[in-house]
Design a protein around this ligand. Structure first.
Ligand code: C5P
Length: 295
């Protein structure tokens, strides 16, 4: 992570990997735009509804820029933790762009969709693309990263939420004035190319982790527990508070998820695979576009 720029964003270099923890967005034709959101397997949590949801903003931006007069009803079913540092909102925005573009007869080319994505948020372009990529600038400039094989991750959701700008502010406070320019993580890129989980795990690093832990100190205990239970790598995802653990293989990932679930330090722990594709349309039997975005 580099210093804060004059536009308020931080210059960064990051390796993104999409995993198969999926939100689903069902889109059907309608005269106006509308959006209803819910959370799968969870109650008593708040999810942003209607115009304030980034998926709605994505559809509205596409409508506006390409003079689309049609609307859409969007039904969003969420699995990705909210305010969790997993680019869940960005994933839903990418899904809305792809789904509404399909529903409205492809007014935007793939390149134009990519530009709209960057306007909506730093992580939205990656959520369109998926797989594994090196992000630079504020995260929206992407270069594909070569990887070998599939990785078995465990995602542990926090009981708490963190605001991304608040974590970046804390990062600034902790870093002070001496923030060096960000560098491409050569060791991680080499490990991904070979596909060796132990080398990848050893190379995992997140500059925002210290800031996230200073806001939620229990995250450190959870990371330590994961390492004790055999994770070859453990870190806070993005700006947190979701934590991710790399396992040596799929069986060890299952054991790790069970152990982490029993600590009482996380809301749930789930085994996922990476890399996974980005937002894509899956037409349903009624021939209506349905998008399964992946982050
Ligand atoms: O681009 P996005 O809207 O997702 O960014 C959310 C917030 O995260 C920004 O308002 C900013 O505070 C912070 N951010 C940053 N540097 C980045 C990306 C995000 O400071 N490269």
């Amino acid at each position: 992570m580099g210093p804060r720029r004059s536009d308020g964003y931080h210059e960064l270099v990051t390796v993104f990997q999409a995993i198969d923890l999926i939100d689903e967005l069902r889109v059907v034709p309608a005269a106006e735009l509308s959006l209803e959101a819910s959370i799968i397997d969870a109650e008593a949590e708040t999810v942003v509804q209607g115009e304030d949801n980034l998926a709605w903003k994505a559809a509205a931006l596409l409508q506006d820029r390409f003079d689309v007069t049609a609307g859409a009803h969007m039904n969003l079913s969420k699995r990705i933790p909210i305010a969790g540092g997993m680019a869940g909102g960005s994933t839903d925005a990418a899904a809305a762009l792809v789904a509404c573009n399909a529903l409205w007869g492809q007014p935007a080319s793939p390149a134009e969709l990519f530009e709209l994505a960057a306007e909506l948020g730093s992580d939205v372009p990656f959520c369109l693309r998926g797989n594994t990529a090196l992000g630079s600038s504020r995260g929206e400039v992407l270069t594909p990263v070569l990887t070998t094989g599939e990785l078995s991750w465990v995602v542990a959701a926090s009981f708490k939420e963190l605001s991304t700008p608040a974590v970046y502010r804390r990062f600034d406070e902790l870093a002070g004035d001496a923030v060096p320019a960000p560098e491409v993580p050569a060791d991680l890129m080499a490990a991904l190319r070979i596909g060796d989980p132990e080398r990848i795990g050893a190379a995992l690093h997140n500059d925002l982790q210290r800031a996230a832990i200073s806001l939620i100190p229990d995250l450190d205990l959870l990371l330590e527990a994961g390492r004790d239970y055999g994770a070859v790598g453990a870190m806070v995802s993005g700006s947190g508070p979701t934590t991710v653990f790399l396992a040596k293989d799929a069986d060890r990932a299952v054991e790790l998820a069970i152990m982490l679930s029993s600590t009482g330090l996380c809301k749930w722990a789930r085994v996922v695979k990476g890399p996974a594709p980005g937002a894509r349309v899956i037409p349903d039997s009624g021939n209506r576009p349905r998008v399964v975005p992946v982050t």
